[in-house]
Design a protein around this ligand. Structure first.
Ligand code: YZS
Length: 259
C-alpha cells in the first residue's frame, strides 16, 4: 500500500504523506517513496513541489520511525540514514519546495519541513524537536540547519525543552512564512505555487543553490569535526539512548540517568 501519493497539476507537483495510522512516521519505505516522487516530479513538467499530509491531518509527520532507530552503538542519524537522505534531496532539489503544514511536526520531520524552501502552516501546525526526549544526539548538519533558520537561542530552547512551538510563535520567529486558516490554506498555497511557477525556473534553481551553498559555508577543521563526532558517540553509546527508544516503544516515560 503506497504511503506517498503524487499529483501534478498546472506545473505544480504535490507529494502527499498518506500513512495516518503511523502518523506519517518517516519509515525507510515512506522515505523511499518520497525520494521516488521527488525524482519523477523533477524529471517531469513540475516547476514547484508542495509537500503535505492528507487533508485534516492532526499530525503532519511524527518524524523518524522510532522502530528503525538503530540499537545503541550505531549513529542514529548517519549520512546514509533514509531521513537524512531525503533532507539532502529536498535541499538540493532544483525545484522550489513548499511545506504545507497542518498538525504536529515531530523530531526529524521538523528538519524535513525546514528543508523545504517555504513553510505555510495552519493554526494547528506545531513544531516539536524531540532528540532530548528520546536520548538522541541529533546530528551536526541538522543542528547547523536549525541554528541557521531560527538562531542559536531558539534552537537551544527547542532542543533542550522538547516543547512544542505553536504556529503563531513559529511565524513570529520567521520559521513559518505564513500561518493561514485551515480552510484557506490549500488556495493560498497553490496560488503562491502558481505565482512561482510563472517565474524563470533557471533563475530560481540558481538562486536556490546559491542560498544553500552560502548558508552551508561553514569551514570545519578536522579537529572540530572529530570532536563533534566524539560528542555524538557519547550519546548513542549511552544507556540513555537505549532507554529513550525502549521507553517510547514501551509507551512509558523515559527515566534518564545521564549516562
Ligand atoms: O501503538 P500503534 O502500533 O498503534 O502505533 C502508534 C505509534 O507507536 C505510532 N507512531 C510511531 N511509530 C514509529 N515512529 C514514530 N515516530 C511514531 N509516532 C507514532 O503510530 C501509532 C499512533 O500513534 P499514537 O501515539 O497513538 O497517536 P497520537 O496519540 O495521535 O499521538 C501522535 C503523536 C505524534 C503525538 C505521538 O504518536 C508521538 O508522540 N509520536 C512520537 C513523536 C516523536 O517523538 N518523534 C521523534 C522521532 N525521532 C526523530 O525523528 C529523531 C530521531 S530525533 O528524535 O532525533 O528528533
Amino acid at each position: 500500500m503506497s504511503m506517498i501519493l503524487t499529483r501534478l497539476h498546472d506545473d505544480i507537483g504535490t507529494i502527499i504523506m498518506d500513512n495516518p495510522e503511523r502518523r506519517n512516521a518517516l519509515s525507510s519505505k515512506m522515505v523511499d517513496e518520497m525520494l521516488h516522487a521527488l525524482e519523477v516530479l523533477e524529471k517531469g513538467k513540475a516547476r514547484v513541489i508542495v509537500i503535505r499530509a492528507h487533508a485534516g491531518a492532526k499530525v503532519w509527520s511524527a518524524g523518524h520511525d522510532v522502530n528503525e532507530l538503530p540499537i545503541a552503538g550505531r549513529d542514529p542519524l548517519a549520512y546514509s540514514d533514509p531521513l537524512v537522505t531525503v533532507l539532502r534531496s529536498i535541499q538540493a532539489s532544483p525545484l522550489p519546495v513548499i511545506a504545507m503544514i497542518e498538525g504536529g511536526v515531530w523530531g526529524g520531520a521538523c528538519d524535513l519541513a525546514l528543508s523545504c524552501d517555504i513553510l505555510i502552516g495552519s493554526p494547528t501546525a506545531s513544531i516539536t524537536m524531540t532528540p532530548a526526549k528520546i536520548g538522541v544526539p541529533y546530528n551536526a548538519s541538522g543542528i547547523l540547519h536549525f541554528m541557521g533558520i531560527m538562531g542559536v537561542n531558539i534552537a537551544k530552547e527547542m532542543f533542550f525543552s522538547a516543547q512544542s512551538l505553536t504556529a503563531e510563535r513559529a511565524e513570529k520567529l520567521g520559521i513559518l512564512n505564513h500561518v493561514v486558516p485551515a480552510d484557506d490554506m490549500e488556495k493560498f498555497t497553490y496560488e503562491l505555487a502558481g505565482n512561482i511557477a510563472k517565474n524563470s525556473p533557471l533563475s530560481i534553481k540558481v538562486i536556490k543553490e546559491q542560498i544553500r551553498l552560502l548558508a552551508n559555508a561553514h569551514p570545519l577543521s578536522p579537529h572540530t569535526f572529530e570532536r563533534v563526532q566524539g560528542l555524538r558517540r557519547l550519546v548513542y553509546d549511552s544507556n540513555d539512548y537505549a532507554e529513550g527508544i525502549n521507553a517510547f516503544l514501551g509507551k512509558r516515560p523515559a527515566v534518564f540517568q545521564g549516562e
